[in-house]
Every structure is written in structure tokens, then in C-alpha cells.
Design a protein around this ligand. Structure first.
Ligand code: ADP
Ligand code: MG
Length: 339
């Protein structure tokens, strides 16, 4: 058979499959865009597990008309980095909106301070409408309807509205933990309502931790702080007596980006190995801040994996800091006569 080039449309659908796995991945991309746009308030609305409808409204900087036209094209981004090892925004691939537009009905309304009014564009199964004026106060509203209508095979792999809705809830909680200064809400017919008012000041993280994980966690958590060779670890880890049957409540962030990193999860497990039963899991919220050159975030389109340049250093830092905090707490408990 002769070799032919794939059409742009097919290329986009193939690429979309990597970025947009399920409604929760759409939620993640849209919320990350709102955070990158400097939003202080992000409202998420869903219906039908985010398959029928997923809407994210923000009060960030918005887009100018030419930017809105480019935003839905592939490989178009305002976060352009010449150096893929110097990424300081959550997005950088310029693929999310194009991918979503390739597999769903996407509508964006946005208003930039430099524009006299807002603009809107619609993309359905990869085809973009002309930009039209829109009435909008400020910020951006992105609406995704009928997810995967253009690739029905994908729909079969989804877990049903209830499971998809709870995955979206997880995404909101995760990003909310990384950004206490932003107000997050989740509403809609999926009955998975959340509302996390903005937290500011020196206790912002503790306030957000209580909102997302409960006062209970805050009361049973150890403060973790450690720095080694420019890598800064901070956060909170539960006391050995505070545990869960699964490891889903371990929240990890690298330079503000939520990650599910095997190395870090393994480090947490290692830190508790001697003080917690094997079938129990600690609750932890840990952030690592380091020079962007010391970590590669461009491992997978979903951007949830990272590669540390010095994995041993990071692992040692996490294990050491948690163990030390546990030891200190134990020492305090015995020295204040807790026996
Ligand atoms: P990336 O985030 O990797 O740049 P996206 O496809 O997610 O790629 O978005 C493309 C561009 O659209 C962004 O670089 C940004 O300029 C613009 N954009 C997307 N969402 C928003 C938003 N909520 N507010 C302002 N600009 C946005
Ligand atoms: Mg993005």
C-alpha cells in the first residue's frame, strides 16, 4: 500500500487521545489554564460526569481576539519556552484546547483588558467557527459539551457518570491544595459540590488543608520542612497513628504541579515503613520546589510524571524529613509523659 500523510483532523484526534483520556483530564487542563492565566477564582460546573458538560469559568487575564483564534490550534501557546527544561507554567505544550476541540464541542468566551468587549469561538470535532463578539465581564469561560462525541469508541472506556464525577472532584481538590490563594468551587447536577474560599496569610496552606482534607488531618499532621542542595521540601504528613486503607490521599507537587510520581510515593512509603502496618497508608501533602533545570516535566502529555535529575537526593530528602518529624513527635510524646 502506498504511504499517505494523515489529515490534520486525524492527527488531532490521535494526539487528543493522549491528552484527553477522560473528563477529569479535561478538567485538569482547563483549571491549569485558568491558574496560568492568574485567576483568583475558578468555578467548575459539570453534568453527566463531565461528559455531557464541563464548564470552567475564571477571572484571569483572558485572551485578546488574535490569541483566542490561536488558542484552539495545535502547538499554539503563549507559554512558549525555548528551553524545555525551564518550564514555569503548568501548561507549555499548546495542545489541550486543540485536543479537546477535536473530540468534543468546545466553546470559549473570553475578555482581555486590552479589548473593548469579549470574544467567543466554537470548535466542534476539530472545526473552528469564526470569532464573534461576546458579552462578558472579564476572564474566560470554557465550555466542553458532549465529550468524545467525535470518537465514540472512547466513550466505552469511561466508567460511568458517577465515577467520572468523582475523578473530577479529585482533580479540583488536588489543584486546590497546590493553590490556597485561589478560590475553587465545583457545582452542577453531578452532586459533587465543593467550595474552597481563598486562603491568604501565613496560615493559608493550613486553612486550605482543613478545607480539603478536614480539620482532622490538620490536627494529626506533622509539619515537614527541609532543604538540601537547593531542593526545598515542605508540607504536612500524617502521624503514624493517622492512616488510610489506600494511598489515594497522598498529594504531591513539584514546582506547583500536581504529580503522581513513583519515586516520591515510594519515598513516603519508605519513611513510614517501620511505624505503620504494611496494609495501611499515610496521608501526606508534600511540595517540592527546585530549579526547573533539575526536573523534566515533559515526560508524558498528561504531565503527571516527572524525572528528577538527582533522584537519590530527592528521595533521601523526603525519607529523611518525614522520619525526623516522626521521631521528634514520638520524642515529644514520651518526654511530656504520654506513656
Ligand atoms: P498550553 O496551556 O500548553 O499553552 P492550551 O491548549 O491549554 O495550551 O492553551 C493554549 C493557549 O490558550 C494558552 O497558552 C493560553 O495563552 C490560552 N488560554 C487557554 N486557557 C486560557 C484561560 N483560561 N485564560 C487565558 N488564556 C487561556
Ligand atoms: Mg494548557
Amino acid at each position: 500500500m502506498a504511504i499517505r500523510r494523515l489529515s490534520e483532523e486525524v492527527i488531532n484526534r490521535i494526539a487528543a487521545g493522549e491528552v484527553v483520556e477522560r473528563p477529569a483530564s479535561v478538567a485538569k487542563e482547563l483549571i491549569e489554564n485558568a491558574i496560568d492565566a492568574g485567576a483568583r477564582r475558578i468555578d467548575v460546573t459539570t453534568a453527566g460526569g463531565g461528559i455531557a458538560l464541563l464548564r470552567v469559568t475564571d477571572d484571569g487575564g483572558g485572551m485578546t481576539r488574535p490569541d483566542l483564534e490561536l488558542a484552539v490550534e495545535r502547538h499554539a501557546t503563549s507559554k512558549l519556552v525555548d528551553d524545555l527544561l525551564d518550564i514555569r507554567t503548568l501548561g507549555f505544550r499548546g495542545e489541550a484546547l486543540a485536543s479537546i476541540g477535536a473530540v468534543a464541542r468546545l466553546a470559549i468566551a473570553t475578555r482581555h483588558a486590552a479589548e473593548p468587549h469579549g470574544w467567543t469561538i466554537a470548535v466542534e470535532g476539530g472545526a473552528a467557527s469564526p470569532v464573534r463578539p461576546a458579552a462578558l465581564g472579564s476572564g474566560t469561560r470554557v465550555e466542553v459539551a458532549d465529550l468524545f462525541f467525535a470518537v465514540p469508541a472512547r466513550l466505552k472506556f469511561l466508567k460511568g457518570a458517577r465515577a467520572e464525577a468523582s475523578a473530577i472532584t479529585e482533580v479540583v481538590r488536588r489543584l486546590a491544595l497546590a493553590h490556597p490563594e485561589v478560590r475553587f468551587s465545583l457545582a452542577g447536577s453531578d452532586r459533587s459540590a465543593l467550595d474552597f474560599p481563598a486562603a491568604t496569610g501565613p496560615d493559608a496552606l493550613l486553612v486550605r488543608l482543613a478545607q480539603v482534607l478536614g480539620e482532622d488531618f490538620v490536627d494529626n499532621a506533622l509539619s515537614i520542612e527541609a532543604v538540601r542542595e537547593g531542593v526545598r521540601l515542605s508540607g504536612h504528613a500524617g502521624l503514624p497513628t493517622y492512616h488510610r486503607a489506600n494511598g489515594l490521599q497522598q498529594y504531591l507537587f513539584v514546582n506547583g504541579r500536581p504529580v503522581r510520581d513513583k519515586l516520591l510515593l515510594g519515598a513516603i512509603r519508605g519513611a513510614y515503613a517501620d511505624v505503620m502496618a504494611r496494609d495501611r497508608h499515610p496521608v501526606a501533602v508534600l511540595s517540592i520546589a527546585l530549579d526547573p533545570h533539575q526536573v523534566d516535566v515533559n515526560v508524558h502529555p498528561a504531565k503527571a510524571d516527572v524525572r528528577f535529575r538527582d533522584a537519590g537526593l530527592v528521595r533521601g530528602l523526603v525519607v529523611g524529613a518525614i522520619r525526623e518529624a516522626i521521631a521528634r513527635a514520638g520524642h515529644r510524646a514520651t518526654s511530656t509523659g504520654g506513656g
